[in-house]
Structures are given as structure tokens and as C-alpha cells.
Design a protein around this ligand. Sequence first.
Ligand code: PHE
Length: 439
Amino acid sequence: MGFVLAAAGSAVGLGNIWKFPYITGVNGGGAFVLIYLACIVLVGLPVMVAEILLGRTTQKSPVGAFKALGGGFWVVFGWLGLLAGFVILSYYSVVAGWAMHYTYLALSGQIVELGPEGVKPIFGALFASTRLNLFWHLLFMVITVAVVSGGVKKGIERWARILMPALLGLMLILLVNAFTMDGFARAFDFVFGFHAESLTAAGVLEALGHAFFTLSIGMGAMLTYGSYLDRSDDIVSSAVMISILDTAIALLACMVLFPIIFTFGMEAGSGPGLVFVSIPIAMSQMPAGSFFAFVFFALLVFAALTSAISLLEVVASYMIDEKGWSRLKASVVSGVVVAIIGVPSALSGGTHIFGDGFASVFGMNWFDSFDYLASNWLLPLGGLGISLFTAWRVDDAIRHREFLEGSRLAVFYKGWLLVLKFLVPVAIVLVFLHAIGIV
Ligand code: PHE
């Protein structure tokens, strides 16, 4: 139970409630959602099983796990995971900071006071404020480092037992509220209707990348958590449970947000501000709106924290295991590095600092470039390495024994292995080639 909670805490985060709805909006809805679901089932789930298995087998963090089971060239994928950890947490913390800012606004009653029209421009002002972004970004990093270094994790897990169901419960309440809105039918069609015409190659890459991001796979976070797992625990059922919960919350988030967006005539494709504009607008008109807004954003901060912990844990556990550092030193040093890398993302929406040329690496600002690089390329590449390694390099005797150990779903071994050997690598490579215009 401890593992499932921690792993679910890692998976469920900003990816589900902030990122998924906004990229669904940008990519035109239905067809994108379908591709995303296919990526979760056909690619994400098998890779998650592989990751947890590598961790439980070796009881090591990513670099150590690759070394222990084969070493050589494969260790590169451990390094890649570390890089992804640094990059993702650096901007993840900025977004978590936005959620903290809204928690503060709700707590001080400002959301209801301002009303729907007054609430709208808050996000733009926040996005443009270097001071606010930096302040919340650094505060969030301090909290994350404190948890990872102080062994408060057990306490966090205990809280997760209450707060995760609370998040789910609140989303259901908000769904009922959304159901009564004029925009519900349109939202339903947007999210679940198949609009093939809006799907692009970039959208397919993003769906694949997001499947990795939202399940916390491709960089060793699940591997690291798997290394704390007991031999008697059931890897496959845990992975299935985590994936279902994660997907349910992401879809719920869409069905909570889009009815608000359509009812209030907002742009579905407006980008990273989506949740931060739509939720306050809805809350500003609900009875006890300040209270609900506070609960929503506080839970979002908590969900972000349990994900951030797993990101920092990957980097810190490398330094602890491979460099022999103390937990305190490892988490403080990696936290400081992440905080610094995150500064450009925090500078008024991640645009300025090095001038336009440098800031627009992929024709995007710093913040978006980091997200694009890490989610769409580093994580799937890591997933490719993990699946090839597990399926082609790891000794079958070890792999088979580990899969069966504690498993109620042992019959899936052959199928899983086939998928990991062929389907997952081919799918990832095809999406890569398609994205760069070769296929
Ligand atoms: N899965 C987390 C989310 O959806 C983000 C994350 C990615 C956490 C990779 C750990 C590793 O918010």
C-alpha cells in the first residue's frame, strides 16, 4: 500500500490537472485524447512495469540499476534520467508556485471579491511578474528539499492517504457543478468526440510524451520507488492501478475545466494559464467559492509536491548511492542546482533573460522549451532505453522470476515481453521520425 500511494503520488500531479487539459485544448480535443489513451495502455503501462521491475530487482537508483544488470552503454539511460529530473523539476516548481499563489489568493478571499471579470487578468499579471514567480518557485523548492532531506516522506505518505481521495472527491463535486453549466455538452464533444482534422504530427509526439510525463516514467522515478518495494508486492497490479487512477484524474480535470471554458466563452487552446483562469472564474460565482478555491489549489500544491519529491529523489538518490553523499547534502545540492536552472523559467514567463535569440530554443520561450525537450524527447527516449534494456539485455531468468514474484497477473508475462520487445520501441521510434518529418 505504501508503494502504491507513493507511486500514485508521483504520477498524479500538475501533469493531470494543469498540463493535460491545456495540451488537449491546444491540440484540438478528442483525437488527441484518444492517441494519448492508446499511448498510456500500449506504451506507458508496459514501460512502467519494466521500470518498477528494474528497481525492485536491483534495489538501486537508475544509474546503479543499469550498471547492476548489464552496464556498458546502457548506463547512458540512467544519466539521461538524471538530466530529465533536473530539467523537469526546474519548471515544474514554477508552475507549482503559480498554484501556491492562487492558494494564497483564495485564502485571503480575493477570488470571490473580484468576481469573474476581475479574476481573469490575474494570471497574466502573475505570469509577467518575475518577483512573484521567483518567490514562489524558491519557496516550493525549499519545501521539496526539506521533505526529501528530512525523511518527512513517511509523514507525507500518511497525508497522501487522506489528501489523494480528497482531491478525487473534490474533482467529482466540481464535475457535478460542471454538469449544470451550459457549456457541458460542447465540452463533452470536445474531449470525447473524434475530431481527426485537428490532429498533427506534433500533437502525436506530445500525446506520447505526455503519457510518459503523467505516469512519471522514462527517467527512473518509478524505478527509484520500485527499489523500495517488497518482493511480495504485486508489480503488475500496482502499475495497472496507478495508471487507471492517473488517467481518471486527467479526464476528470478536462470535464471540470472545459465546461467552464466554453460557458464563459474562453479559448480552449489558450495554453498554460487554462486551469489558473477557468477555475477561479467558476469559483468566484459558486457558493462558498473562496473555500472551494482554497481547497482546490491547496490540493493541487500537495499533488505537485508529491510529484516533485519523486523528481528530486531520483537525482538525490544517485548522489547518495553512487557518490556516497549524505541524504542531507545530496538533497540540498541537487535542490540548489534545480532552483538555479529554474530561474529563467521564472523570469516573467520565461521569456527575457538572454534576449530573444537564446530564449527561443525551439521557437518557444525558456519555460516551454524545457517542457518540450524533457517531456516530448527525453522521457520517450528514456522509455525506449528502458524497454530495450529490459526486453533484450536483462537475463530472462531474472526478469521472469521478478515478474512472477508476488504477481496475480503472471499470465501476462509473454504478452508484456512481446510488447516491450517490439511494439514499444517501434512506436516510439516511429513517433520520433514522424515528428522530425521523416515518416
Ligand atoms: N507525473 C507527474 C505529473 O503528472 C510529473 C512527473 C514526471 C513526476 C516525471 C516524476 C517524474 O505531474
